[in-house]
Design a protein around this ligand. Sequence first.
Ligand SMILES: Cc1cc2nc3c(=O)[nH]c(=O)nc-3n(C[C@H](O)[C@H](O)[C@H](O)COP(=O)(O)OP(=O)(O)OC[C@H]3O[C@@H](n4cnc5c(N)ncnc54)[C@H](O)[C@@H]3O)c2cc1C
Length: 359
Amino acid sequence: MKIAIIGAGLAGLSCALTLEKHGHSADIFEKQRSVGFDLTIAELITPILHSPIDDFIKFLSESHGIHLKPTSNIQRIHVHSPNETAYVEGNLGFINMRGNHKEAYEKQLAEQLTASPIHNQHVTPKEISKDYTHVVVATGEPLDTQQFQPFHIEFKSTFAGAVVNGNFIRNEVHAWFDTELAPKGMLYLLPHSDSEATLVLVYPQYDDQSVQDKKKLWKESVKRVSQTLGQELSTKEDLSIRDYVVGKCDYPRIGNIFFAGNCMGAIKPFLGFGQTGSILSGIYAAQDLCGLGDYDKLCKPLFKDYQNSLRYRKTIEKLSNDQLDLVTKSLRVNAVERVFTGENWGLLKVLSHLLRPFS
Ligand SMILES: Cc1cc2nc3c(=O)[nH]c(=O)nc-3n(C[C@H](O)[C@H](O)[C@H](O)COP(=O)(O)OP(=O)(O)OC[C@H]3O[C@@H](n4cnc5c(N)ncnc54)[C@H](O)[C@@H]3O)c2cc1C
């Protein structure tokens, strides 16, 4: 077996690591000069969105021998709608770094590998498949999947973001839902130290939002965060992405070509989180290659999660600001009750209950 992995991101590196653990090796092609894109941002992994795994970091360590160190754990998520605010508490997941930060997850994965990715190699699956028996497509780019099969695009997203300086509680995350601020989307703040946080505005591009609109929304977003946190945050937008595809393919594997991470459909449409799906799909592709499972079957729960998550998105997108206020208010009541009784609850269940009247 001669295996090529295209892309040294979360999916590609998790695949390579799992292969190594089972005595196989792969050539990993990475188009950039080093692992990690040229930007520092924080991302989030929360069990709220990928139940039933409560603690993904522990699960990776214990079940797959992959060890990741997050920047912090989350104990409280504040939800803000235009006129209401609520919070939920508990072990709500982790914040981790991405990109060129020294503790970025892709860098941590690469450090655990014996092999080194081959850098500055922009390759296509078609080009290299003649030299390999198996190819794992993990470029993070669904257009690469479209060369082989339809990739069902649910929507494309626009992102604006920046690392902001201020005073933050590092275990507390904030999310704002307001149609004026983030049309059908959200604004969120992930602290990665007491003085630094990543602020991201993300919304789907159903109506073609002009660049001017985005700048205005971003300015308003920074103002809103400053108001909520009661501190002046001045920052310039340094993350700008358009046309970020959320969707899924039909077949995780075609012949000896595997589609992993975003190329498979790892991003959950509800809030656009794809790290867990990317890592898991990379592991699953490797398990199949090692004769330990069937990739198509292993991916089924990921596709099921995808469909559930899509339902939440469709519901939340329909909500007006008044309805967002209503849901936030009910969340406060429900969350408080549950914290008080100490019940082990899933926020997704609570959310599903609260959103039912609107779905
Ligand atoms: C701004 C932003 C914020 C996000 N926040 C979160 C979050 O908070 N939580 C969460 O769970 N998810 C989040 N996501 C989604 C998450 O980052 C992705 O789902 C995940 O990184 C996808 O992993 P991947 O391995 O498929 O691709 P990537 O991690 O993007 O890796 C792909 C790699 O392939 C390389 N490559 C591409 N093309 C080629 C080629 N032709 N040849 C060689 N190499 C190539 C790239 O350089 C890259 O290194 C966010 C995404 C964005 C854009």
